[in-house]
Design a protein around this ligand. Sequence first.
Ligand SMILES: [Zn+2]
Length: 238
Amino acid sequence: MDSMAEELNQLIALQKVDNQLMEIEELKGDLPQEVAQLNRDLDDLGAGIQQHKDQLEGLVKDGRHHQAQVSDSRVLLAKYQDQLLLVSSNRAYDALMSEIDGAKKIIDDGEMSLLEIEEQTHQISDQLKADELSLGAKTTLIESRKKSLAATIAETEKEAKTLTRQRTKLQGAVERRIYLTYERIRSAKDGVAVVPMTRGSCGSCYNELPAQLQREVKAMDQTLPCPSCGVILYYESE
Ligand SMILES: [Zn+2]
């Protein structure tokens, strides 16, 4: 066999191994992408839950702060109101009234803030509960998807290993320049770079090949690209 014919046969063998590897990949279906997506969702949910927990912690702190202010102001207010009974001058009375107004304002504002905090706490707690439920459901889902994926991988592992070994051997035998061309076509053609001619047409794009090219392909002694789509053609008795 001359070297160009050998080259073609190596590429045909490589493509056959790659076809089988692609079939194995297909058995996994969307599972790998689904698991990856679920992992991202779980990360996002986890981050969201942590954020909400931090927010709730902050609200508890704010609540305590406002609660303390309101309590202190109530004590002061009661004290001022007692003192009001004892004042003797208008000036002292006015000063005390102003203190009383100040304390009342602090109490009102504080109570308003406490109401807002309560409302926010409810909202965030509801969101947190929903996120935790969703996290639980997605965790169950991802476990089951991972199991299916692991089962498929286990079923095909031996075959995939054998094929990968064959592939490495074939790749080593093919001239690097030719291999790179093969890979370039493969990445542009959904993994298929070498296809048989079928009834005088390209097996990839189905365009009819010129008679001269058909004869050359049949000779099986060189790597010939399809003039329409660029895949490498070979002949296989039909
Ligand atoms: Zn073609």
